[in-house]
Structure formats: structure tokens, C-alpha cells
Design a protein around this ligand. Structure first.
Ligand code: ATP
Ligand code: MG
Length: 470
């Protein structure tokens, strides 16, 4: 049941001292009881951090004093990283942040009582295999309930991160909220303000990746947490649908799109954010239909603000922004537009964009789905063919370099070098057969003698420059 290295570590800790206590705790125990594959393991023990380190040293296991002030040592046994924590007693909490102090050396019951939810507050005693479950976590596992340990209001006030952890667990496990915990989530939502972005972001991302992401997001909205974390998204709830393409209300449509997208981080975030610009761009025509001109561009701006505020890693933020910015692309795109899209998004990003498009179409609940589906399939086929034929996507793929530009044009390093390469790239994006060194050197020579004007930036056949009014 337990992986071999974990058992070896537990045994080594238990042997360290007479009457040493060792327990498997946390998410791993919860997942094992649910029949799910755990993804990380936590042990708690009566041993103190220096004793835990001594065990690791003697066995030749690597260890990291990850949170030594909180009594946590990560020990790596045969590639498995296990967090080993000394049994703790209640310390003081300051303003809903993590505890300002913890006292090492508590009893198991004391340690479990400071954990967040009953399903996370069980312990499997090593080596007896006895399950210690003072808060009836097993019962809640069976009922599929997230219930705070002790008084939910107090627990959320102690540490505001637990608010989002509750919904992260709800989404990952597809559980429900126990009644009191549910009420406390709303009354203590404001405690989220004290939680640092670095702690929040990983939990939010796990929430959005879970199979119950739509339920989790809707709880974020209903408890008022969303208006504190991502207020920009709240107006989705009160913005009516277009009347033409969409049968669903904007929030419902957004949830449908989240549900329909495969569980990949950038894609799921983009699904949540794709129409976030709509409430800010709504116009109503004479027939009473809504239009949202530029909602993709406005949405991308909003995404930038949100991802900065919530401390998303910057590469991820950039991809999400681009997906939102490009989600309105039309299927009449030409080869050059396709190659540009590839340059902007890369292979994985493009896959995300196609999955987003598909989910967006299916998630309208409207009339246009069958025709749009055919158009989508044809587009994808053309895209694959075009990309396979391509010889260059960025200036780095060109058969000439910045040195060639400087030598041929007789110019020093500077912005003009890059601009010239971009111009050559535009030609090659249009016609991949032009990416040959002799041809490009000839073009440079022509430019040097001023014989030929560079081609215009955007030929009129580029479908990007047109904008779908919806
Ligand atoms: P997973 O293994 O799926 O990440 P987890 O429940 O193990 O979920 P961790 O962040 O690894 O989550 O935390 C390990 C355990 O530590 C939890 O099960 C819980 O008992 C306790 N815990 C973690 N964060 C908190 C918190 N903010 N407040 C109280 N207890 C917490
Ligand atoms: Mg864990």
C-alpha cells in the first residue's frame, strides 16, 4: 500500500528512539483511503528536526531543512521526497497569515487539531497500521464532505489560505462543502486579503485544474472570494448573452468552456478568462443584440493586470494573455497568419488555442455548432499542412543572420538590424521557398543599393487585420 522508500523512512524514524511515534498524515493518507494515487507524502513524528536530520545523515539520504522553524525536514529516499514534520502544538496566528510561531513537541491529537479539514486530519500509525481519526475524517470521506476541523470561522480567521484550500479540495475531489464550513467561507472571505500571492497562486491553479473546477469557481463567486481576488471576472455573472450566437449567460458559458477544456494550466486559465473583456465592451444594436467589439484585446489587458497581481509565473501569464488575445481568430486565416500564430504561441500554445476554440464553440449552447465544427476541422487540417511546409517562423530560422545584414548594408548593430530581419521574415512567412541564403543575400544587396522598396507590413489578405464584430 505504501511505497517502499516511504516505509523505509518510517521504519528508520521509528527505530531512532524508543517510543518514537511516526505517522503517515495529510493528503497522502486521504488519497490512499479514497483509492487515489497520492502525489506527495507527509510524515509526522515525535522526533525533533535535529533527530530527523541525524536519521537521514546516517542512512545517506539527502535532506533539506525546508521549514525548520516549523519543524519540517524534507528527506529524499530513492528519489521520493517526503516531508517529515515534528508533532506541533498550537501557536499564535497573526492576521490570518500562517502561524507566527509553532511549538514543537505536541501530542498527535494536538497536531491533528491544528490541521485544516477533517479529511486532512487523520494519521496512520507506523508500524501498527492503526488509523487515528479524532475528527471523523473517514466519515466525511464517505459522505464526500469538506468540513473544517473545530470551529470553521476560527479556522479561516487563523489562516485565510484555508478558504481557497477548501475550494481546491472541493474541485480536485469533487466533494461538497459541509453546511457550517460553507457559511464560514462567506463570512470570513475577507481574510483572503492577508494571504500572500505566492501561497495563493498554487492553490488557485489546482482549483482550476480539478475535475470540479466549475463548481469551485462558482463557489469562489458566491462566497465573495472572487470579488476580492479577481473582481474583474464578477460582471460575467450579470452580463446578458449576445442573443445571436450564445444561448447561455456569460458566467454559465464561461463555466461550460472551463468544463470542456482539457486540464492544462494555461488552457484552463484562458478558458476562465476568455470572455472577461465582454462586460467592458458591450454594445447593443437596434435589434437588441449585444456585441462586444475588441473584447479579446481588452480581455488580454485585464489578464495582464490579474496575473501580475496574483503573481503568476511570467511565462505562463504571457501564454494565457496570448490565448485570450487570439481566441477570436477566424477560420479564413491565410498561411502567413497561421505561421504568425505559431510564432506567437509555439506548438503547445497552438494546441491550447485550438482546444479553447473548440470548447468555446461547443460551449455556446447555440445554433452554430455543427457548421462551425466542420469549419474547425478544415482549419485544423490546413494549419497542419501549412506548418509542415514552413521553413521559418522567427528571424532565427532565417538562412541569413544579423551579421549578414550588418555586412551587406554596412550598418552597425542596432534596431535597424532586427527590423531588416523582420522584413525578410515577412517575405518568408508568405512564401517559405524564399528562405534560401542566395535569395536572402540578394534581397539584402538590393536593399543596400536601395533598388527595391521593402514590401508593405501587412498585405490586405491577412485575415487578422479584420475583426469579427462578435
Ligand atoms: P495534496 O497532497 O493533494 O497536496 P495536502 O492536503 O497534502 O494535499 P499539503 O499542502 O501537502 O496538502 O498539506 C499537507 C497537510 O498539512 C494537509 O493535509 C493538512 O493536514 C495540513 N495543512 C496544509 N496546509 C494547511 C493550512 N493552511 N492550515 C492547516 N493545515 C494545513
Ligand atoms: Mg500533501
Amino acid at each position: 500500500m505504501l511505497p517502499e522508500p516511504l516505509a523505509a523512512l518510517a521504519a528508520a524514524l521509528a527505530e531512532e528512539k524508543k517510543e518514537a511515534e511516526v505517522y503517515v498524515v495529510g493528503g497522502a493518507l486521504r488519497d490512499i483511503l479514497l483509492g487515489r494515487e497520492p502525489h506527495d507524502y507527509d510524515l509526522t513524528t515525535s522526533l525533533f528536526p535535529e533527530e530527523i536530520m541525524a536519521v537521514a545523515l546516517r542512512r545517506g539520504w539527502a535532506y533539506h531543512p525546508t521549514g525548520i522553524a516549523f519543524g519540517t525536514i524534507t528527506v529524499v529516499v530513492e528519489g521520493l521526497a517526503v516531508e517529515v514534520t515534528t508533532l506541533r502544538r498550537e501557536g499564535r496566528y497573526l492576521n490570518g497569515r500562517r502561524p507566527a510561531e509553532v511549538h514543537l513537541g505536541g501530542t498527535l491529537e494536538e497536531d491533528l487539531s491544528r490541521r485544516d479539514f477533517t479529511i486532512n486530519a487523520m494519521a496512520l500509525e507506523w508500524p501498527s497500521g492503526v488509523l487515528r481519526d479524532p475528527f471523523q475524517g473517514q466519515k466525511d470521506l464517505k459522505r464526500r464532505l469538506i468540513r473544517a476541523v473545530g470551529s470553521p470561522g476560527d479556522r479561516f480567521s487563523e489562516d485565510g489560505l484555508r478558504l481557497v484550500r477548501a475550494l481546491r479540495l472541493l474541485s480536485e475531489l469533487e466533494f461538497e462543502l459541509e453546511g457550517q464550513t460553507q457559511v464560514a467561507l462567506s463570512t470570513r472571505a475577507h481574510m483572503i486579503r492577508y494571504v500572500a500571492g505566492e501561497r495563493l497562486y498554487p492553490e488557485l491553479e489546482r482549483l482550476i485544474l480539478g475535475p470540479g473546477a466549475a463548481a469551485g469557481l462558482t463557489w469562489l463567486l458566491q462566497t465573495g472570494l472572487l470579488s476580492l481576488l479577481i473582481p474583474e471576472a464578477v460582471p460575467l455573472l450579470t452580463t446578458p448573452p449576445d442573443g445571436t450566437y450564445h444561448a447561455l449567460h456569460l458566467w454559465d458559458h464561461t463555466m461550460e468552456v472551463v468544463r470542456l477544456t482539457p486540464s492544462r494550466p494555461e488552457l484552463r486559465w484562458a478558458a476562465f478568462f476568455h470572455d472577461i473583456g465582454k462586460p467592458y465592451t458591450r454594445e447593443v444594436d437596434e435589434e437588441g443584440n449585444s456585441h462586444f467589439p475588441q473584447h479579446d484585446a481588452i480581455g488580454a489587458q485585464l489578464v495582464q493586470t490579474i496575473t501580475q497581481r496574483l503573481r503568476f509565473p511570467s511565462a505562463k501569464a504571457e501564454r494565457i494573455r496570448t490565448l485570450v488575445a487570439r481566441h477570436m481568430f477566424t477560420f479564413d486565416m491565410g498561411p502567413r497568419g497561421m505561421r504568425r500564430l505559431y510564432t506567437q504561441l509555439g506548438e503547445e500554445g497552438l494546441r491550447d488555442l485550438l482546444d479553447l476554440k473548440m470548447a468555446d464553440m461547443v460551449g455556446t449552447g447555440g445554433l452554430f455548432v455543427p457548421q462551425a465544427y466542420d469549419a474547425f476541422l478544415q482549419f485544423r487540417e490546413r494549419l497542419e499542412k501549412t506548418l509542415a511546409e514552413s521553413t521559418a517562423f522567427t528571424v532565427r530560422d532565417l538562412k541569413v543572420t544579423g551579421h549578414d545584414v550588418m555586412n551587406t548594408l554596412g550598418i552597425p548593430p542596432g534596431p535597424r538590424v532586427g527590423e531588416t530581419l523582420e522584413m525578410l521574415l515577412n517575405e518568408v512567412l508568405e512564401d517559405p521557398s524564399l528562405n534560401s541564403r542566395p535569395y536572402l543575400l540578394r534581397r539584402l544587396a538590393e536593399l543596400a543599393s536601395g533598388a527595391k522598396e521593402p514590401p508593405s507590413e501587412d498585405p490586405p489578405d491577412d485575415p487578422h487585420s479584420r475583426r469579427d464584430p462578435h
